[in-house]
Design a protein around this ligand. Structure first.
Ligand SMILES: Cc1ncc(COP(=O)(O)O)c(C=O)c1O
Length: 400
């Protein structure tokens, strides 16, 4: 009996909590931490967060909020000031036209997504997920009682799906499609035309498009695009955004949703019975981020592009490693199948574990993202650290 089923039997935990798994990325972080605490020098290419510091003017706004005693409860979905800042930023950057009633703030983009799926997905509903998918999509859908319908993308096409690929998975039970462009873990970017076509086909059938746009400002294709700009289709659109990656604010926990007012109201109802408002101080910091100068976003993006090019070149020089060209986010998703099936590296999971324990490089195995032959490498780190990691990877591969 596993520890989990044993605990379930004794403690009578719910069936729904056993439907989901702990995030694969968090499991690696924990293992790497354990090694580090034991004094091992680990190059960490597993973390999904910017290596930049939160810009000073955002931190100053939080400090001013504390000093000004802005420390009480606020409206559940955020202050009017914050809601106005969210919709104004989105309108300016993507030409959308949402009102304050059509947005809400949550405790991170993940929380906004969790709320959205809880209010939209019913037991037995099908939700279409492009593969590879971000780990949490699958578990959040399952927790709501939905069934994930997986649509596989191909590395040869840089993990890009067409609207036709997605439409082929439609059934009478399809309730929603989750898009994530730029994507975690592949870095794939769908063209605005393909995304528009997905949204059009979905609306025709009354299917929701939930678009996770947490990396929308880390799009290196030169064609930044939010489905929120497709105002004629807004009836079945829900956009999830986050300040985590855009402004290097992962620990602050601030995300938001944009969608029809009735859905936003339902999400706020759910949030009113769980976390209530996101931290008041963070809301003030978020207003500073959204309304303040945006050159910090452009600077970080320029550096990510350099790091992407550098890491991709390094990775492609390794024998037997194939990597698609990511067009956004800050991950590479190389294919390691050449090295699988050898002693101790039978699966991507065992490869990543051996790479961590023997090669002292932390990465995330592909299984958590729905593919068996890849590992995820984050290049959101200093170039020197990236080089150290790539050198270690080269030595590790030579040892197999
Ligand atoms: C695709 C995707 N969506 C959402 C999130 C959640 O971000 P946060 O909850 O920090 O806003 C992440 C974080 O890694 C992500 O990669």
């Amino acid at each position: 009996m596993t520890a989990v089923t044993e605990a379930t039997d004794v403690l009578r935990l719910t069936e729904r909590i056993n439907r989901i798994e702990i995030s694969a990325t968090m499991a690696v972080v924990a293992e790497a931490d354990k090694l580090r605490q034991a004094g091992v020098d680990v190059v960490d290419l597993s973390v999904g967060e910017p290596h930049f510091l939160t810009p000073q003017h955002i931190k100053d706004a939080a400090i001013a909020a504390i000093q000004g005693n802005f420390t009480r409860y606020t409206a559940v979905g955020g202050t009017a000031e914050l809601k106005n800042a969210i919709v104004a930023r989105h309108a300016q950057d993507f030409g959308s036209g949402y009102s304050a009633e059509e947005t809400m703030a949550s405790v991170g983009g993940k929380h906004a997504l969790f709320n959205a799926i809880q209010v939209l997905v019913e037991h037995g509903d099908e939700v279409i997920l492009p593969v590879p998918y971000w780990v949490s999509f699958k578990d959040i859908v399952r927790y709501a009682g939905g069934n994930c319908v997986l649509v596989k993308s191909q590395q040869e096409n840089d993990f890009r799906l067409t609207a036709e690929d997605i439409a082929r998975a439609f059934t009478p039970r399809t309730k929603a499609i989750i898009l994530n462009s730029p994507a975690n873990p592949s870095g794939a970017v769908m063209s605005p035309e393909e995304m528009t076509e997905v949204v059009r086909l979905a609306l025709e059938r009354g299917i929701w498009v939930i678009s996770d746009e947490c990396y929308v400002y880390l799009n290196y294709s030169g064609r930044e695009f939010s489905v929120g700009s497709l105002q004629p289709y807004r009836e079945r659109l829900l956009v999830v955004g986050s300040l985590s990656k855009t402004y290097a604010m992962t620990g602050w926990r601030m995300g938001y949703a944009l969608g029809p007012a009735a859905v936003i109201r339902a999400m706020q109802k759910l949030q009113s019975q769980s976390t209530s408002n996101p931290t008041s101080i963070v809301q003030k910091a978020a207003v500073a981020a959204l309304t303040g100068p945006q050159d910090c976003v452009r600077r970080m993006r320029a550096e990510y592009i350099q790091l992407r090019d550098h890491a991709l070149q390094g990775l492609r020089s390794l024998p037997g490693i194939r990597s698609a060209q990511p067009e956004g986010a800050f991950y590479l998703y190389p294919n390691i199948s050449e090295y699988l099936g050898r002693q101790g590296t039978e699966t991507a999971g065992s490869f990543a574990r051996k790479l961590l324990n023997e090669g002292r490089v932390a990465t995330v195995p592909g299984e958590g993202f729905g593919t068996a032959e890849h590992i995820r490498i984050s290049y959101a780190t200093a170039q020197k650290e990236l080089d150290r990691g790539l050198e270690r990877l080269r030595d590790f591969l030579a040892s197999l």
